[in-house]
Design a binder for this molecule. Structure first.
Ligand code: NAD
Ligand code: TYD
Length: 377
């Protein structure tokens, strides 16, 4: 038996983590604690909402008293913390909300867990605070090769496997934090607080930094779902700058699998980077999306290339992210299960097959789901 709070479980990645834990561990009690900001959508969890080992609690992670009381009442022994403001463009417009939720919210959660767990006779024994973070805390990598070879080139990861890369350096766990956006600055600060609670009080923490995720249930302000929906409706695709920035993409279910593994087997006090050695230039991904949507909708492949619209670049736009996940692969035996081509095909199909989900999100109707389904439970 375990009782675990998963914060941010109504969001994109959180909903996949909640689904995996509820289905895989019927003996655990899973509490999804989420404030339901614009990014929270309980319809993401329709398929598991009536399971006996699942409970939803609408709460702000900044509500210290509420979290402390919930932990006491439910005898919570694990926290998997995903709740955050997560969109870089929003952080550029409104940095305060990012500091409030990502920094103060994480601190409030840490302090509530500390006070509750320290009050128990067994104290830290059998407890775990798992903080989910991003590779963006490391800053941006260059697109260079020591011998001047034009990227992308084939390189060998420290795991021993060959893959395509746009530069010779990767984000490893020992790299200095150099966040650039208000989003990544706030996430970096929250990571430091988690490590400080481990180092100062001995809290059993673990931190992971993952690359860009894609897959079903992602809010359509992020590149992949936004562009799939725009291609479907033949709306312009706003490509920032020249579309040359590189991101390292991982299928969301593979991230959830890594979280499951690390929650159970990861070493206390450690950091693990999660990524699939899968770097892509934005413009190349956009072309794959156009071809895939066109093909699946029965349009001539590439017919919608003219939707590509170059717009003013994002302020402080990080050039390249690339994760070295060798430590996780070596120490815990994790591997991504899907090749990118498979994952993208699956993802495009999901959005095209779930147009109602997309329409509810774009119309704002999804925000009524809580009132309709939960308020009087
Ligand atoms: P998301 O924006 O889709 O979901 C965030 C969830 O947190 C929402 O359900 C929202 O309602 C909830 N939330 C926000 N503020 C809250 C608060 N104050 N109290 C309680 N709940 C609150 O985010 P996501 O993309 O699923 O990311 C989840 C986590 O993973 C974040 O911590 C993010 O930094 C990290 N991450 C994301 C990616 C990615 O590519 N999306 C990659 C690496 C790491
Ligand atoms: P995004 O999905 O916002 O993730 P992140 O900024 O966390 O990497 O963006 C992915 C990449 O796509 C990033 O380089 C910015 C770019 N982008 C666009 O070119 N146009 C868009 O409309 C969006 C949302 C992103």
């Amino acid at each position: 038996m375990r009782t675990i709070i998963i914060t941010g479980g109504a969001g994109f990645i959180g909903s996949h983590v909640v689904r995996l834990f509820v289905n895989k561990y019927p003996e655990y009690q899973i509490i999804n604690l989420d404030k339901l900001t614009y990014a929270g959508n309980l319809a993401n969890l329709k398929d598991i909402e009536d399971k006996p080992n699942y409970r939803f609690v609408k709460m702000d992670i900044c509500d210290f008293d509420g979290v402390y009381k919930l932990m006491q009442e439910e005898h919570v022994d694990g926290i998997i913390h995903l709740a955050a403001e997560s969109h870089v463009d929003r952080s550029i417009k409104d940095p305060f909300t990012f500091a409030q939720t990502n920094v103060m919210g994480t601190l409030s959660l840490l302090q509530a867990a500390k006070l509750y767990w320290e009050s128990l006779p067994e104290k830290w024994d059998g407890k775990r605070f798992y903080h989910i973070s991003t590779d963006e805390v490391y800053g941006a990598l260059q697109m260079t090769h020591p011998e001047g070879i034009e990227p992308p080139f084939t390189t060998k990861a420290s795991s021993g496997k060959h893959h395509l890369a746009y530069g010779e350096k990767f984000f490893t766990e020992d790299l200095k934090y150099q966040p650039h956006s208000p989003y990544s600055a706030a996430k970096a600060s929250s990571d430091h607080f988690v490590r400080a609670f481990h180092d100062t009080y001995g809290m059993p923490t673990v931190v992971t930094n993952c690359s860009n995720n894609y897959g079903p249930y992602q809010f359509p302000e992020k590149l992949i779902p936004l562009f799939i929906n725009n291609i479907r409706h033949r709306k312009p695709l706003p490509v920032y700058g020249k579309g040359e920035n590189v991101r390292d993409w991982l299928y969301v279910v593979d991230h959830a699998r890594a979280i499951d593994l690390i929650f159970h087997k990861g070493k206390i006090g450690e950091t693990y980077n999660i990524g699939g050695f899968n770097e892509w230039k934005n413009i190349d991904i956009i072309k794959v999306l156009i071809n895939t949507v066109d093909r699946l909708l029965g349009r001539p492949e590439g017919a919608d290339m003219d939707l590509i619209t170059y717009v003013t670049d994002r302020a402080g736009h990080d050039l390249r992210y690339a994760i070295d996940s060798s430590k996780l692969q070596r120490e815990l035996g994790w591997e991504p299960s899907l090749q990118f081509e498979e994952g993208i095909e699956k993802t495009v199909r999901w959005y095209l097959d779930n147009q109602e989900w997309m329409d509810n999100v774009t119309s704002g109707d999804y925000q009524k789901y809580y009132d309709d389904m939960y308020k009087n439970r």
